[in-house]
Write a protein that binds this ligand. Structure first.
Ligand SMILES: Nc1ncnc2c1ncn2[C@@H]1O[C@H](COP(=O)(O)OP(=O)(O)OP(=O)(O)O)[C@@H](O)[C@H]1O
Ligand SMILES: [Mg+2]
Length: 565
């Protein structure tokens, strides 16, 4: 599945000239042990390794070691590898447009050596003797040493010289878990490569070379692999290939979703939404499908040079890529019927019935237009509407909040994600820079990932400055600073929550901030739009806080009250 070019001749390392170095997305490369592991695995894969072994101690804080059987480095090159902007992977500005390797900046090893003690042990196939290079704390030492062909990089005492950075780390167990997830992610990206993970001396993951489906079995479990269906969709210059789960399984979070763009793991709330769309009507709304999808396209259409940790890519034909993901998944699921049916909201019992959490339920049938007709607004707070069943009184804030909440958490509902509402409109352009206080910056940093999953992409910009890079379309007209302040308010309450709960809380807060308020005048069109959205919501009965979103007075109820029955 990997499309990394086989290195036929031994690559040589050179320092990039300043005009190229300047063009490289700068920023912190090493955030935590898992980022060290990520960079080292990428180097091993770029070196053509067929086997990669990862070892950590204390969550990677005291030790990370990644060894491979790749092409190795010569005596001359090994010390060069530790220099800033020293790389064998690009040479010219043009190369930057057309990157086929995972690395390209020549930054990773030098960044790691700046915050830890680093040791390289390496040998190329045609050298008899290997080389050991030690760096980090004191002058670089180079000596001959016995070594198998390939490279072993050992990183000790991460952040020993920058104690402030240690404060942003979680417990060794949690950091170790993030390392494990990184290894799993690359092992899914490159099933032909053997992987091994050793944690505190214990082998915890062993993946022999395999087919993609076998690798899913090893990485995610046999039961998962057994329920996966193949996806393969190809257009002119684009291919989406991999496996997605059938309707029998699902998770409460997106941890089972993996996307690779030209072999590079990427995280994107929008790709997740595109994967989830075809499951509407097939999977209960609170369940997320699993998927391992490789997206391949011309490297010139992918800008990988946009993020300091290479965690993001920019696609020049975003919409066709996203559309292709949905189409690939839709085709893969074609055999599974989708539940369609009459518009159900009004057949629902009285508002406020809790949706049973965690239980796999019958999916909600799809939406039929024309369900609710606005009659007027009451007290600038309620929409009074007519339905087939009777009179519906909608709390405009609660209803809008629920609609936005479902969109933000990508929760299955077909209607909210029409093409008109591409949920990750980049807003604003260029990104907005904001300065936070020390306390706010410390509060925010651990939650950047959770926010990114909601499509709120905020990036550290050095010191206490942050960049708001993108907002999902449902929040696009929000003042970024106001939105961020609201989220900052919520973060202290997220501390002891599980990741899914954090995401739910943040989505709730963002929805609450962006929703129309009681007191806002609504035009008839705005009322109709909100009623349509509510009708299409998966859980229209309540807002995310649990307050009713609407009250239904059935015709029978009216007849009873007027003593006609
Ligand atoms: N495991 C390895 N096997 C062989 N060569 C390696 C290995 N790791 C690093 N190198 C060499 O050292 C160079 C510098 O590595 P480094 O990770 O710092 O930069 P890069 O991979 O070129 O770019 P990036 O900063 O984007 O990762 C690489 O270009 C490569 O030539
Ligand atoms: Mg690298």
């Amino acid at each position: 599945m990997t499309n990394l070019p086989a290195m036929t001749t031994q690559p040589t390392i050179h320092v990039l000239p300043p005009e190229i170095a300047e063009r490289i997305a700068a920023g912190e490369v090493v955030e935590r042990p898992a980022s060290v592991v990520k960079e080292l695995i990428e180097n091993s894969l770029d070196a053509g390794a067929t086997a990669v072994s990862v070892e950590i101690r204390d969550g990677g804080l005291s030790l990370v070691r990644v060894s491979d059987d790749g092409c190795g480095m010569s005596r001359v090159d090994a010390p060069l590898a530790l220099e800033r902007f020293a790389t064998s992977k690009i040479r010219t500005l043009d190369d930057l447009e057309d990157i086929a390797t995972l690395g390209f900046r020549g930054e990773a090893l030098s960044s790691i050596a700046a915050v830890a003690r680093l040791e390289l042990l390496t040998r190329t196939e045609d050298e008899l003797e290997g080389t050991r290079v030690r760096a980090g704390g004191g002058p670089v030492q180079i000596e001959p040493a016995a070594s198998p062909t390939g490279t072993g990089v050992t990183v000790r005492d991460l952040f020993y010289n920058t104690p402030a950075r240690r404060k942003f780390l979680k417990s060794p167990m949690r950091e170790g878990e993030l390392v494990r997830q990184a290894v799993i992610r690359y092992s899914l990206a490159t099933p032909a490569v053997a992987y091994r993970l050793v944690v505190n001396g214990r082998e915890t993951y062993v993946a022999p070379p395999a087919t993609p489906l076998e690798r899913i079995g090893t990485a995610l479990g046999r039961e998962v692999a057994a329920d996966m269906v193949e996806a393969d969709w190809e257009a002119a210059d684009l291919r989406v290939q991999g496996y997605v789960s059938g309707p029998a399984i699902g998770r409460r979070d997106r941890q089972g979703q993996f996307f690779f763009v030209n072999g590079r793991p990427v995280r994107s709330g929008l790709l997740a939404v595109m994967l989830e769309r075809p499951y509407a009507g097939r999977l209960p709304p609170e369940r997320r499908p699993l998927g391992v999808l490789q997206i391949r396209l011309d490297p010139r259409l992918v800008d990988v040079n946009v993020h300091p940790r290479k965690a993001e890519v920019r696609l020049s034909q975003e919409r066709s890529v996203y559309g292709a993901v949905t189409r690939a998944v839709e085709a893969a699921l074609a055999l599974y019927p989708r539940q369609e049916g009459p518009f159900p909201t009004l057949d629902w019992p009285f508002a406020g019935v809790p949706v049973e959490a965690g239980i796999v339920q019958e999916s909600r049938p799809g939406y039929v237009a024309g369900g609710l007709e606005p009659l007027g607004q009451l007290d600038n707070a309620y929409i009074v509407a007519r339905s087939r069943e009777g009179l519906v009184i909608v709390d405009q804030h609660a209803a809008h909040e629920q609609v936005l909440f479902e969109r933000l958490s990508g929760g299955g509902g077909g209607q909210p994600l029409t093409d008109a509402a591409i949920p990750m409109a980049r807003y604003p352009r260029p990104p907005v820079q904001i300065e936070l206080t020390v306390r706010e910056a410390e509060l925010l940093a651990p939650y950047l990932g959770a926010l990114a999953d909601l499509g709120i992409e905020i990036e550290s910009f050095g010191g206490h400055a942050f960049l708001i890079r993108s907002l999902p379309a449902s929040l696009a007209d929000q003042e970024p600073r106001v939105l961020l302040d609201a989220l900052l308010d919520e973060l202290p309450r997220c501390r002891r929550l599980a990741p899914e709960a954090v995401q739910e809380r943040l989505a709730t807060k963002a929805a609450c901030t962006a929703a129309v308020k009681a007191g806002d005048f609504l035009t008839r069109e705005q009322m109709q739009a909100l009623l349509d959205d509510l009708a299409a919501a998966w859980s229209p009965a309540t807002c995310p806080h649990g307050r009713p979103a609407f009250i239904l007075l059935t015709v029978e109820e009216l007849e009873r009250r007027f003593m006609r029955r």
